[in-house]
Design a protein around this ligand. Structure first.
Ligand code: PGA
Length: 252
């Protein structure tokens, strides 16, 4: 089985001071939790402070985005080279970036290759929009996205794939466990086709979209859901801690 994995995507929330408080709270609450990879993804401006707060714990940090170029005239952007030493992970291709900043699978693929090259583990997000699901196209859309995002990437244990149906993000309407499992198992089989069965089992496939302390246990019971990418609920330390503990209990 893949390693249990949970990431908190704080999105554009928390000042630096608030981020430090949230990270300290989580570090203390989760001190005794093992056997799961826990990643906090604060806004860029808080990454250094949050990384300091969790330095001597098992908690890792991640950025919410990066550019594929090393440096240069890209106002407002941050490169993988700048993240090196600051965090271990980066979220790539989140649907909010695809929607608001026109990020394509090809663009995300370039970022993923650069992240791997510079030692940052990519959490690659894929997922269909509501209209695609309503037309029964979710498998086709996600398959194309996975294959384009992973183009030219050889097997790498540092990869993480997040299945995040866009209609479930921030809506309170999570996918049913059956729907999420169906798509995560599709992603597992796509990875198996590319990298072989054994390697496919080593890549955490996580579900994101309105995960809460209330629904995480039924999601984590599904065979191909190795954990979660948590948005709103990751800003509430009690709830995030409970989500982490539930995933550990179910998947270890
Ligand atoms: P949500 O967000 O948990 O608030 O739905 C998930 C995400 O966007 O990663």
């Amino acid at each position: 089985m893949s390693r249990p994995f949970v990431a908190g995507n704080w999105k554009m929330n928390t000042t630096v001071a608030e981020a430090k408080v949230l990270a300290s709270h989580l570090r203390d609450d989760l001190r005794d939790v093992n056997e799961i990879e826990i990643v906090l993804c604060p806004p860029f401006i808080s990454l250094a402070e949050v990384s300091n707060v969790v330095e001597n714990s098992r908690i890792k940090t991640g950025a919410q985005n990066m550019h594929y170029e090393d440096k240069g005239a890209f106002t407002g952007e941050v490169s993988a080279a700048m993240l090196t030493g600051l965090c271990q992970y980066v979220i790539l291709g989140h649907s909010e970036r695809r929607r608001d900043f026109g990020e394509s699978d090809e663009f995300i693929n370039r970022k993923a290759k650069k992240a791997l090259e510079l030692g940052i583990n990519p959490i690659i997000c894929v997922g269909e929009v509501l209209a695609e699901r309503e037309h029964g196209r979710e498998r086709e859309v996600v398959s194309a996205s996975v294959s384009q995002c992973l183009a030219d990437i050889v097997f790498d244990e540092r990869l993480v794939i997040a299945y995040e149906p866009v209609w479930a993000i921030g809506t309170g309407l999570a996918a049913t466990p059956g729907e999420a499992q169906g798509m995560c198992s599709l992603i597992r089989s796509l990875l198996a086709d590319r990298f072989g069965n054994e390697n496919a089992r080593l890549v955490p496939i996580i579900y994101g979209g309105s995960v809460s302390a209330g629904n995480v246990s039924e999601l984590a019971r599904e065979a191909d859901i190795d954990g979660g990418l948590i948005g709103g609920a990751s800003l509430d330390p009690e709830q995030f801690s409970e989500i982490v503990r539930t995933i550990v209990r179910i998947r270890r």
